[in-house]
Write a protein that binds this ligand. Structure first.
Ligand code: ME8
Length: 519
């Protein structure tokens, strides 16, 4: 099927502030969105997957000043580091957007003009608290005065500063009822449900108009007709999602095909921006709303918040160096319930590598393929008639696709992996119970025929699992599919079983155990 005929699927990550190096929280977001993008591609969708960097705003300007370099230089340098991280993590993005890209400037101006034409932008005097670190305005009630006389945002604990400016405002208050109607009519718009409930209460408590321009610095998209103002960074940042599909050319093929986005993947600290401001901006601009915002949790180092002062910020590149990219991807997606906070530690990662990857999957692959190599002329064995046990296991493996589809569509990748690993557990039990090595030892014609059937059934499960885990374990699953001489690797190919007699290469271990240096 050509791309034009395939159904569309558009997924985005948040665009990161490149004011510093990426951390494991960024890696987690990219890996999880990538697994979904890959899953949909394998399932026959024409996928557009976008990620990138959010380069404007005061935080970037301050970071550049602290380093004594022009802000453009800081943005370009660090944006490259983020893009390189995506490559190292095997993140299959279709576009890496930078908010300094020329088309993005045009899109931001266009959305501003549409909101203005709709009567939703006006000039007024702003006074209130601003957190540069969060790039967010806070009301006095949302802040706390500390003993040392400084003030912080109560929720995020970041310092806030008093700001008084003549700013452009967006009539957010006007959209309160329409937003509440959106959450009511489309409960799937915000997931998980706990996040939706928080947002519904927040909006019900009343929305104030939002300051959307700044005049005290100039690192941003200039407000059309008023170059002394730059747009509030979140106006331009959120707009990236439509820039990527061709906005303001809403008649373009990309916009027609991919907008509205199927899902925006974000972390929990930016829920309000994506589920209150963003739909309100789009309503004002007369642009369709995204279908869903999925909010993932935060990653903590052994349960502790990562911070530069505690010295426990983990560089995702170091994790990849130590454990390998597929192991890191698998660990993050299997260990943490998507949508909840999670924790990582050396011991937890090693536990997953050794028990799930090496024992449950790798050993099964290695043992079955080695037997086939030695005893079945190094070719896919010819099965005899299937027993009830054989059929039960094959049916179970064939049922996994539907189960994984449901879980991935609900962004519950950990549950898909759990279902796959339960099937691997059953397959290991089957392999032990059928004891193909004992059948070989016996050597009767009947037992050798049964051995061939058992090995065939086992390889069939390995094949189906290897196809299904490609979104999470892209490199290692490809190796297993190579060892099975399996050409067809999409989900549609699951339905075509292995062809007996096809020659297989010599097996090689795919998931070695992790040995601690001290061992
Ligand atoms: O918020 N664990 O950028 P950002 C998991 N530029 N995820 C985490 C995390 C952690 N410890 N810390 C941060 C921004 N994240 C804006 C986004 S989108 C139009 C603009 C997540 O670099 C965070 O929730 O601070 C967000 O989804 C992403 O990393 C980028 O964060």
């Amino acid at each position: 099927m050509s791309a034009a005929e395939r159904p569309a699927f558009y997924i985005t990550t948040a665009i990161a502030y490149p004011n510093g190096a990426p951390h494991i929280g960024h890696a987690y977001e990219y890996i999880s969105a990538d697994a979904i993008a890959r899953f949909k591609r394998l399932d026959g969708y024409d996928v557009f997957f976008m990620t990138g960097t959010d380069e404007h705003g005061q935080k970037m300007q301050q970071a550049a000043a602290a380093e004594g370099i022009p802000v453009e230089e800081l943005a370009a340098r660090n944006s490259d580091v983020f893009e390189q991280l995506d490559k190292t993590l095997d993140v299959s993005y279709d576009r890496f957007i930078r908010t300094t890209d020329a088309d993005h400037q045009a899109a931001s101006i266009a959305i501003w003009e549409r909101m203005l034409a709709n009567g939703d932008i006006y000039l007024d005097n702003y006074s209130g608290w601003y957190s540069v670190r969060d790039e967010a305005f806070y009301t006095e009630e949302e802040t706390t005065l500390l003993d040392d006389g400084s003030r912080v945002s109560t929720e995020t604990k970041t310092p806030v500063e008093w700001t008084e400016e003549s700013n452009y405002f967006f009539r957010l208050s006007k959209y309160q009822d329409r937003l509440l109607a959106l959450y009511e009519e489309h409960p799937e718009f915000i997931a998980p449900a706990t996040r939706r409930n928080e947002i519904v209460s927040y909006v019900k408590a009343g929305l104030k108009d939002l300051s959307i321009s700044r005049t005290t610095f100039d690192w941003g998209v200039p407000v059309p007709g008023h170059p002394d103002h730059v747009m509030y960074v979140w106006v331009d940042a959120l707009t990236n999602y439509i820039t990527g599909v061709g906005f303001p050319d809403t008649e373009s093929a990309a916009f027609q095909k991919f907008w509205p986005a199927d899902v925006h993947i974000i972390g929990k600290d930016i829920t309000r921006f994506h589920t209150v401001y963003w739909p309100a901006f789009l309503m004002s601009a007369g642009v369709e709303l995204p279908k869903r915002v999925f909010v993932h949790g935060f990653l903590y180092n052994k349960g502790e918040k990562m911070s530069k002062s505690v010295g426990n910020v983990v560089d995702p590149l170091e994790l990849v160096d130590e454990y390998g990219v597929d192991a890191v991807r698998f660990f993050l997606l299997r260990e943490i319930s998507y949508g909840q906070d999670g924790s990582y530690s050396h011991d937890a990662i090693v536990g997953r590598i050794n028990s799930d990857l090496a024992n449950e999957f790798g050993n099964l692959v290695q043992r079955s393929l080695t037997m086939v190599n030695k005893n079945c002329d190094a070719a896919v064995p010819t099965p005899g008639e299937f027993t009830a046990e054989d059929r039960e296991l094959l049916d179970r493996a064939n049922g996994l696709l539907e189960r994984c589809r449901a879980e991935f569509d609900a962004q519950q990748m950990h549950l898909a992996l759990e279902a796959i690993w339960l099937t691997l557990g059953e397959t290991n039990k089957y392999f032990s119970a059928q004891a193909p090595w004992a059948l070989r030892k016996s050597g009767t014609e009947e037992d050798l025929a049964r051995m061939a059937t058992v090995l065939y059934v086992t390889l069939e499960v390995v094949r189906i699992v290897a196809i299904l885990v490609q979104p999470v374990l892209p490199g290692s699953s490809a190796k297993i599919l190579d060892l099975l001489a399996q050409q067809g690797r999409t989900f549609a190919d699951i339905a075509t079983p292995l062809t007996p007699g096809v020659a297989l290469p010599a097996p090689e271990p795919v998931y070695p155990r992790y040995l601690d240096k001290k061992d």
